[in-house]
Design a protein around this ligand. Structure first.
Ligand SMILES: NC(=O)c1ccc[n+]([C@@H]2O[C@H](COP(=O)([O-])OP(=O)(O)OC[C@H]3O[C@@H](n4cnc5c(N)ncnc54)[C@H](OP(=O)(O)O)[C@@H]3O)[C@@H](O)[C@H]2O)c1
Length: 229
């Protein structure tokens, strides 16, 4: 087992975030996570208990993220591994038929939410001159399909944002855009329907993804990576 780390995960209430929280905790790491669902966050806190910490935070709300970061850094210090996992996908539709609200929500969570988390947590990581930042991208951050233009726009943005961030960071720190693969979660079901069942469950994916994340090193910084599932 590797030395215990502080692992910060956004979007822990469901899907990949929740599966990673359980796997990191099983490996002896301290998990700090957030999501919007009060019920899911309370349930997770009950299931995993202290020293893990789960909070109701909407990453699109800069003040909520700022307050959360102050509280976390005061309690456990800056994260060693920061996973910007929270995201939304648009209802599948041609771009010109997309509601303004649906478009804006995807941009707000998938790009501005990631920037909010980076703004409030990464300064303390830079002061300590260590840490790994992983921004969840997608196959749709490297290629495109019809019906998912807003989501593609955000994940292509994450690729650029993260590679530029890697160049901002001091030597030894790491920033990576990560394609997690294709996994059966609520998000996948919303665009693949029943066909999502042909892909691995989040818990199975986490068995490979978590050791992969723990193995990221300085020479990986700035490289677009994919979980080898
Ligand atoms: N599943 C796949 O096949 C796949 C493929 C490629 C990339 N990805 C990427 O992998 C990541 C995880 O995806 P997933 O499939 O696990 O999605 P998911 O099942 O839909 O879960 C998304 C998580 O993000 C949280 N979230 C959404 N908006 C939020 C906000 N404003 N503030 C805080 N938390 C928020 C949700 O919790 P609340 O609703 O409680 O806030 C939920 O916990 C995403 O970045 C996604 O784009 C997934």
């Amino acid at each position: 087992m590797s030395k215990p780390r502080i692992v910060l995960i956004t979007g822990v209430s469901r899907g990949l975030g929740r599966a990673m929280a359980f796997k990191f905790a099983e490996f002896g790491h301290v998990v700090v996570g957030c999501g919007r669902s009060r019920k899911a966050i309370a349930g997770l806190q009950k299931e995993l208990g202290a020293p893990h910490r789960f909070s109701v935070v909407d990453v699109t709300r800069d003040t909520q993220v700022s307050d959360w970061a102050s509280e976390v850094i005061e309690a456990v210090g800056p994260p060693n591994l920061l996973l910007n996992n929270a995201a939304l996908i648009n209802p599948v539709s041609p771009l010109w038929e997309m509601d303004c609200k649906d478009f804006d929500e995807v941009i707000d969570v998938n790009i501005k939410g990631v920037a909010n988390v980076i703004r409030h947590f990464v300064r303390a990581m830079v002061e300590r001159k260590s840490g790994v930042i992983v921004n969840f991208s997608s196959g749709w951050g490297r290629e495109t399909d019809p019906g998912v233009a807003p989501y593609c726009a955000t994940k292509w943005a994450i690729e650029g944002l993260t590679r530029s961030l890697a160049q901002d960071l001091p030597k030894g720190m790491v920033a990576i855009p990560l394609n997690p693969g294709i996994i059966d979660t609520d998000m996948l079901r919303s665009c693949f329907g029943e066909e999502a069942g042909n892909y691995p469950a989040a818990e199975v994916w986490a068995d490979t993804a978590v050791p992969f994340l723990l193995g990221l090193k300085a020479s990986d910084s700035g490289k677009p990576l994919t979980v080898p599932i």
